[in-house]
Design a protein around this ligand. Structure first.
Ligand SMILES: [Zn+2]
Length: 383
């Protein structure tokens, strides 16, 4: 049993929070007698939040400061380099960069991460195998969930093998295929065969003729596919007139399709408010972590939430509750019985935390302190 003393909640109340068996036990006003001796952590001056989850990053490409391949320059160049095929990773380099990013995510408060990983090329399963290993290494700190993203030309057998190697979700970029609808049908069939959900890059604005999310929602309903399906990016929705956007948002909601916005990505304009108003689950993620797509990307959930432009509570829900929903995790929250996955950040309010993004943070995973960062310089990680 651990007690967090004097934490400020998002609604401004100050509470002692007792954690027991990986869950929140009770929240009580400070100063009341402790019934049983318990380990304690003084959180005076800290805001206590449900821990964020990161629903969309590319750990295999993270920390590659040089653009992938030989291209340089703008975002279109970066995208073209992504489409030519998987990078041939040296396993040691991939392990080193991924481990560094997982530590960084944990220190920023993330207790679960979904990473997209390329599958294909000469060593098609390398990234999946390395991240599956790291997932086991970091299991006490954060949950690593792998999405296998087949590059063009990857055999179907290899895609299914990626699930055996540790992928929990099938990804894809149907917009890059000659026939987008046909590719969506193929991926639905493959996901069904591998008995996993889908998480697709869709309508990211690189092909302005496409608007595939409506097709996905309709094909989903017609197929009877009953596992979770997520679509990321969807910046193409921004081109729609309000009435057309409203119709597409209703179609997405009716299909139960979850959406991941990537607001830190350059040029992102996904209409988050309209989708939320239609009842769609909209999570927000970091996408690029100092790679060709965004050399400054940090995947800090406080920055991601702030970039949504939503009011503080709704902004935090996109990186916490909605993100957990995308990852298929039990809902979090600051209530008795909820999983004790929490982030304490030194700030007087949620609005101030989003504005200043303090480095002083304590991450609590399953009821125990997993990482603690103080004054941006002293970092201790219990990996
Ligand atoms: Zn992505």
């Amino acid at each position: 049993m651990v007690t967090l003393f004097g934490a400020t909640l998002a609604d401004g109340r100050v509470r002692d929070v007792v954690l027991c068996d990986g869950r929140i036990g009770v929240l009580r006003a400070p100063g009341r007698r402790i019934q049983r001796p318990s380990a304690g952590l003084d959180l005076a001056g800290y805001l206590l939040l449900p821990a964020p989850a990161e629903p969309h990053v590319h750990l295999d490409r993270a920390l590659r400061r040089q653009p992938v391949g030989s291209v340089s320059g703008g975002r279109d160049d970066a995208w073209r380099s992504w489409r030519v095929g998987p990078v041939r990773y040296h396993p040691g380099d991939l392990r080193r960069r991924s481990r560094e990013m997982l530590r960084a995510l944990a220190v920023r408060g993330v207790t679960a991460v979904r990473t997209q990983l390329d599958v294909g090329g000469r060593t098609p399963l390398r990234a999946v195998e390395v991240l599956a290993e790291l997932g086991a290494e970091f299991r006490r700190v954060l949950d690593v969930q792998i999405v296998a993203v087949p590059v063009p030309g990857t055999p179907e057998r290899t895609i299914v093998d990626a699930v055996s190697a540790g992928a929990r979700v099938l990804g894809g970029r149907p917009g890059g295929a000659a026939d987008c609808r046909q590719e969506i049908r193929r991926l639905l069939r493959l996901a069904d065969r591998a008995e996993v959900g889908l998480d697709l890059h869709l309508d990211d604005g690189f092909d302005p003729r496409l608007l595939a999310v409506g097709d996905l929602a309709r094909l989903l309903r017609a197929s009877g596919f009953d596992r979770p399906v997520t679509a990321s990016h969807l910046t193409g929705l921004n081109r729609l007139a309000p009435a057309a956007l409203s119709r597409v948002a209703e179609t997405i909601a009716a299909a139960g399709l979850r959406v991941v916005a990537l607001p830190s990505d350059r040029g992102c304009g996904l209409p988050i408010r309209e989708l939320l108003a239609a009842g769609v689950t909209v999570a927000a993620g970091g996408d690029h972590l100092r790679d060709a797509g965004h050399p400054m990307g940090r995947a800090d959930p406080l920055a991601t939430a702030a970039a949504t432009g939503l009011p503080p509570g709704s902004a935090w829900a996109t990186v916490a509750g909605h993100a957990r929903d995308v990852l298929g995790l039990e809902p979090g929250g600051l209530a008795p019985g909820a999983p004790a996955d929490l982030l304490a950040v030194r700030a007087p309010s949620l609005a101030e935390a989003l504005r200043t993004r303090p480095g002083d943070r304590v991450t609590i995973r399953a009821g125990r302190v997993s990482t603690r960062a103080v004054r941006r310089t002293r970092v201790r990680t219990a990996a």
